[in-house]
Design a protein around this ligand. Structure first.
Ligand code: ZN
Ligand code: ZN
Length: 474
């Protein structure tokens, strides 16, 4: 009995010593990464708490139900800002503020199109954001078919005089959404390219990957040197239909009537709140999503989800006692869809304070799980990013490139101005099925996938804000 007790005591002593040693070596890891003692343990606890259930779904449910669609510069977007201020204040954030700015307003009007010949039937389409209107009575013209944007670019000047150009370039699915940049050029620049050849309107196949009769909107821009012509996107099945008719060698004639309006200078704004740092509060680590959406759906995946993920991550940190050394800044961006205007307005307002914009990331790629972490930071901060990747590996996130600038659309102006960046890439295979359509609604979101996103955002924001390491290369 006595011998057993001695053995037990020895065991207890050994266990306590080894726990103390483990704790000590954990703290040594914290300090090697410029973190306060116990910081890594705190990050793990934030991650695990989020995985058990975050409030992200409730936030996106509230935004999409109580505000709905919120086109940049409209009264609906203003209601979204009011919603954000009220929500963040109710969640316990202090000093919630709006940084207003103005944008040129645009609103969709009625929109319709019909195939008049050879097989009369209605077409499903939507006006591209920023497009001019047709005359009140609409236009009627023969269609010239182009398989790709390159084919349109190759058309001779004057060859489209009085015609409607139709470009049917079909975007394909990829995990990281990388085909969007390439195909998106058709939406952004197609109208002016067609107009330069004499076209009086352009129809494009939607920049989207679904097979539903849901046209995808999105912003476009005119070359100031070229006549402005109306631009609209057909749903994928409608584009298929026109391709089949074209293959029969028949001339297609279409009537088009779109009546968007330019509403003049309109107010928008970024909604901002900080979790104040204890040692260097002027230095900010930025997380966020964009508050505006297109007008067709309720902006659930683009970008109610991003708003919810970033807000829930900030709320988790707020509620878990410890404060980081630097401030964590939550930005719910305005007017992203119409040209990253919130991002540009923020840079303009904070450009004298650029050195204090330490690093940031935005969630704006839907509500799917994060699968990869990309970054571009200094050599000094790379071990911390490696530690983030290590902590995120158990929830399915793989380390990606350490030489990949980019932190999400609204942070692009800051990143171009030199801010280090990190991106938590979501699985985007299905993103462009819904993106910018009437089908972008709450029912598409899985609450557990949002929790995984919140876990990753909380780990990033906490560790980036609690370190003394510099992310920027001097
Ligand atoms: Zn977006
Ligand atoms: Zn969008």
């Amino acid at each position: 009995m006595k011998k057993l007790t001695t053995v037990s005591l020895k065991l207890i002593l050994w266990l306590s010593l080894s726990i103390a040693a483990t704790t000590q070596s954990a703290f040594a890891q914290d300090s090697a990464l410029g973190l306060s003692a116990g910081s890594i343990e705190h990050a793990i606890s934030l991650r695990d708490t989020a995985m058990q259930g975050s409030m992200a779904y409730d936030i996106v449910e509230s935004l999409t139900t109580e505000v709905g669609p919120r086109l940049a510069g409209t009264e609906a977007e203003a209601r979204a800002r009011d919603w954000a201020v009220a929500k963040l204040s109710a969640l316990g954030f202090e000093n919630v503020r709006v940084e207003p700015f103005t944008i040129p307003g645009w609103e969709r009007g009625t929109e319709s199109a019909e195939l008049l010949a050879p097989y009369p039937q209605p077409l499903s389409l939507t006006t591209l954001g920023g497009s001019v209107a047709t005359p009140d009575a609409g236009i009627e013209a023969d269609v010239v078919f182009f398989p790709t944007l390159t084919d349109l670019e190759a058309a001779a000047a004057g060859s489209l005089n009085g015609k409607i150009a139709f470009v049917s370039h079909a975007m394909q699915k990829t995990q990281n959404g990388s085909s969007y940049g390439f195909h998106g050029r058709l939406r952004r620049s197609g109208a002016s390219i067609a107009a330069s050849k004499g076209a009086i309107a352009i129809l494009i196949r939607s920049i989207g990957t679904d097979s539903h009769r849901m046209p995808h909107t999105g912003s476009m821009r005119y070359d100031p040197e070229v006549k402005k012509i109306p631009a609209a996107a057909l749903s994928n099945p409608d584009a298929d239909q026109l391709e089949r008719i074209h293959a029969r060698g028949k001339t297609m004639r279409v009537s088009l009537n779109v009546q968007p309006t330019f509403t003049g200078e309109s107010t928008t704004g970024n909604v901002i709140v900080d979790i104040r740092g204890t040692e260097a509060p002027e230095e900010v680590v930025i997380i966020g999503g964009h508050l505006d959406s297109w007008d067709l759906g309720t902006g659930a995946i683009d970008d109610g989800a991003g708003v919810a993920i970033a807000t829930a991550a900030a709320k988790l940190i707020l509620d878990n006692g410890r404060r980081p050394k630097r401030s964590i800044r939550l930005i719910l961006w305005g007017a992203e869809e119409v040209g990253l205007l919130g991002g540009f307005a923020y840079l303009e307002r904070h450009k004298k304070d650029l050195e204090n914009q330490i690093i940031g990331t935005e969630s704006d790629f839907g509500a799917g799980k994060i699968w990869q972490l990309n970054s571009q930071v200094s050599e000094e901060a790379q071990p911390l990013v490696n530690k983030m990747a290590e902590l995120l590996a158990p929830i399915g996130i793989a380390p990606g490139s350490s030489d990949s600038p980019g932190a999400g659309p609204d942070l692009t102006p800051l990143v171009r101005a030199g801010m280090p960046s990190l991106r938590l890439n979501q699985d985007g295979n299905d993103y462009f099925d819904l993106h910018h359509t009437a089908d972008d609604t709450l029912d598409k979101i899985n609450p557990h996938d949002l929790d995984q996103n919140v876990a990753a955002f909380a780990v990033f924001a906490w560790l980036a804000a609690d370190t003394d390491l510099r992310f920027k290369t001097d």
